[in-house]
Write a protein that binds this ligand. Structure first.
Ligand SMILES: [Zn+2]
Length: 142
């Protein structure tokens, strides 16, 4: 599943941004290509007219002044104005609404809950996360 957004840089270069959720991949098994299901968020890509392609979307912690405009985010080295960042965030959020992605996030959340539960049970039974054994705090006593 792919979504694209188009806009111009502050200097007028055309930009095509692609966000992709990979839902199948080809694996090589004994000389055969086998298509299997997967659910991977690919790095956001930007194709910029006249410049090298950039990849990887990130928000800045604080707005940055770049070439006379205020940038809130970037794709690789391409700084994005609030308006352009909003276009990119929109296609990312569209992809994150895919049922398989939601299902995957739910699984991750459940796993983390189960791990936390298991950890707290072990700690209640005298397990020490510092030394990784049932030392009942002896490792700290010495
Ligand atoms: Zn210990």
């Amino acid at each position: 599943m792919k979504r694209t957004a188009e806009f111009k840089t502050s200097k007028g270069a055309e930009v095509v941004v692609t966000a992709e959720l990979k839902l199948t991949e080809i694996i090589y098994a004994d000389g055969d290509n086998v298509t299997v299901d997967c659910c991977e968020m690919m790095p956001v890509k930007a194709i910029i007219d006249g410049f090298p392609d950039q990849a990887g979307y990130r928000n800045f912690h604080k707005p940055q002044k770049v070439n006379g405009f205020t940038a809130l985010a970037a794709i690789g080295r391409l700084a994005l104005s609030a308006k352009n960042a909003a276009k990119v965030e929109k296609i990312i959020s569209e992809i994150e609404k895919h049922p398989k992605w939601i299902e995957k996030q739910e699984k991750i959340r459940k796993n983390q809950e189960e791990i936390a539960e298991m950890e707290s049970r072990r700690i209640a039974n005298g397990y020490c996360p510092k030394c990784g054994s049932y030392c009942y705090g002896d490792c700290e006593a010495n």
